[in-house]
Design a protein around this ligand. Structure first.
Ligand SMILES: *Cc1c(COP(=O)(O)O)cnc(C)c1O
Length: 376
């Protein structure tokens, strides 16, 4: 059996090595390391794939979120509502820009932001909502967009874990995540569903004016060379990463199908166990791209299980072990524990199993048998 890894990027690379190596060699020979043709090609390819008018590549997913908020012109003191149960980058950039983060609870089944909690948290200072498509599953965008329209709020989708997932509206129309709200962001960190071989990110929007503003923000606030109209940042995707992304974008749907297959096998092998709750898909079958496959362990010692798996050379992850509202950097006396009952519980129960496009049947069976042997 091949060694089990959380993500198996070596095996994945072997399948695309000739194309990637040739593309990298071309960049090296051309010396167009920054803003070379591969970056422009990737931008166009991703626009087509996502069905959005504008993709603006940048340096990483955290920058992408920050730049989206800068582009919307959010000002210090503006309140931005996001989920208590997510990776810290989401709340970090809100705080960094001097905006006021408002963390709210998530739903127990989907792990995604709770629309009722969003509505309760809205004040006259609220300017934006940042739903995260956590673990690859589309947040409840129907409700979130309704709330945003009603209260005139921006929606910034943190799509770092959800690229390739589809949101199906009530009337049946499908939209790829990242293109539903006013602006979306993603990360191309190597372990993401569409990952490069270093850092990378992108911002998406269908709004021409916002796209124009953002193209300046990523480039030192320049719209005309050496004229700095706004305070910007330097955030670029380099040509070598764009080569990798162009190759991997062609395979993204295949990669996501492979993840779905692995998720289905895990669920088949685990869902009858009384101490295991397998993940729930709230939408249709293309609403989840399984960035993570996350179980809830009920009535057993989750941390001891983590150790048991590790002793058997099975890596696993606890995403996330501490609610953001309890992190030192983001604690706030306004928060009331009674409003975070779901997140406070999830942090004790969740465990994410190895999940990637190269998992095979033998590995999945071994992982499930090892897990069950601990819980039985
Ligand atoms: C990975 C991730 C980010 C940050 O992306 P980087 O490219 O590492 O900066 C932001 N939000 C979420 C939900 C993520 O998973």
């Amino acid at each position: 059996m091949r060694k089990i890894q959380m993500v198996d990027l070596q095996t994945q690379y072997q399948f695309i090595k000739p194309q990637v190596d040739a593309g990298i060699q071309e960049v090296l020979s051309s010396a167009q390391y920054i803003n070379g043709p591969a970056v422009k090609t990737f931008q166009t390819n991703l626009e087509q794939y996502l069905g959005v008018k504008h993709v603006i590549p940048c340096a990483n997913g955290t920058d992408a979120l920050q730049i989206a908020m800068m582009g919307l012109g959010l000002k210090p003191g503006d309140e931005v509502i996001t989920a208590d149960f997510t990776f810290a980058a989401t709340v970090e950039v809100i705080a960094l820009l001097g905006l006021s983060p408002v963390l709210v609870d998530v739903l127990p089944d989907s792990f995604n932001i709770d629309p009722d909690a969003i509505e309760k948290a809205i004040t006259p200072n609220t300017k934006a909502i940042v739903p995260v498509h956590l673990f690859g599953q589309v947040a409840d965008m129907e409700r979130i967009m309704e709330i945003a329209t009603k209260h005139k709020l921006y929606v910034i989708e943190d799509n770092a874990q959800g690229i390739g997932a589809n949101f199906t509206a009530k009337d049946g129309t499908k939209t790829k995540t990242g293109g539903i709200g006013h602006v979306g962001s993603t990360s191309f960190f190597p372990s993401k569903n569409l990952g490069c071989y270093g850092d990378g990110g992108a911002i998406f929007t269908n709004d021409d004016d916002l796209a124009h503003i953002i193209r300046g923000v990523v480039n030192h606030g320049m719209y005309t060379r050496y004229h700095h109209d706004v305070v910007g940042v330097n955030s670029r995707l380099d040509s070598l990463q764009a080569v990798v992304l162009n190759e991997k974008l062609k395979l993204l749907d295949y990669y996501n199908e492979r993840r779905k297959w692995a998720a289905i096998r895990y669920t088949q092998l685990l869902n009858d166990h009384p101490k295991i709750e397998t993940p729930v898909t709230s939408g249709d079958c293309d609403s989840h791209v399984y960035h993570q496959y996350t179980l809830k362990i009920i009535g057993a010692d989750r941390d001891a299980l983590v150790q048991h798996l590790q002793q058997n050379d099975i890596p696993c992850g606890v995403y996330y072990p501490i609610p953001l509202h309890l992190q030192k950097a983001y604690a706030d006396s306004r928060y009331n524990e009674a409003n975070f009952t779901v997140t406070n519980q999830l942090v004790k129960e969740v465990i994410s199993l190895p999940m990637h496009s190269e998992l095979d049947e033998e590995q999945i069976q071994f992982i499930c048998a090892t897990l069950r042997s601990f819980l039985d």
